[in-house]
Design a protein around this ligand. Sequence first.
Ligand code: NAI
Length: 270
Amino acid sequence: MAYNLLKGKKGIIFGALNEQSIAWKVAQRAVQEGAEIILSNAPIALRMGELNKLGEECNAPIIGADVTSNDDLVNLFTKSQEHFGGGVDFVLHSIGMSINVRKGLPYPENNYDFTHKGLDISALSLHRVLQTAMKMDAINEWGSVLALTYIAAQRVFPDYNDMADNKAYLESIARSFGYYYGKKKHVRINTISQSPTRTTAGSGVKGFDGFISYAEKMSPLGNASADQCADYCVSMFSDLTKMVTMQNLFHDGGFSFTGVTQEVIEQMEK
Ligand code: NAI
């Protein structure tokens, strides 16, 4: 059901790769709610071509940007300002990548070149996006910026590897930049900490199937789906949540505050 929550709003959505991507669902949902959007992803992801389908469906231009490149981000915001004739009202950062995870290097054996690259892509990129936007005055007054994160930033999930550190850094940037952008332009910045979700990035984590069913059993409401995450993002982009900023918001069916559940106890007693 649509409520026109984003009527007249304009936004940039980073990170839709394929139909499973959380950003893909957010793009569809934002447009359903009346928004106009631009889609962005790394040039290598654009070459896969899947994003064109979403671009057509959402009537959205696709502008490539590697989020580790200042020039690419300046180009993206320049084109966005031209396209919309001004700033945007919301930005979704839905980007994550760990080369240590990809190469199967356990946390204590991480390769620091890989660590640097993963940190740059997964966390520092939020700072880079915000710094570029602020310099170019590319986000409107009371704009809303969201980045997606995972509870491994607070608790240990061994196979999440160095992505845990990346997420902790990402959440901290949202808080710190939230202060400055809030003071300057009432722009609010939050992170949404989502349940494990079957996507390309998610499935790259070792033991993901066990992970996802454990979380399902440990959450009173069950795991939150990508579609439900999109609903939450839309509400955070809307004017109904104007005074929320610098927060890490758990969207996980209650997982983060559950000690144990009956289902897990029964499993242990088997
Ligand atoms: P996904 O694989 O569909 O999305 C990750 C995106 O990052 C891809 O579109 C990829 O092209 C993009 N990306 C990678 N390197 C880039 C670069 N240099 N420049 C620009 N874009 C780049 O997977 P998913 O799960 O939708 O991930 C979205 C976000 O949600 C990530 O931040 C992820 O950590 C987070 N998240 C995912 C969960 C899950 O279980 N799937 C749980 C909690 C958070």
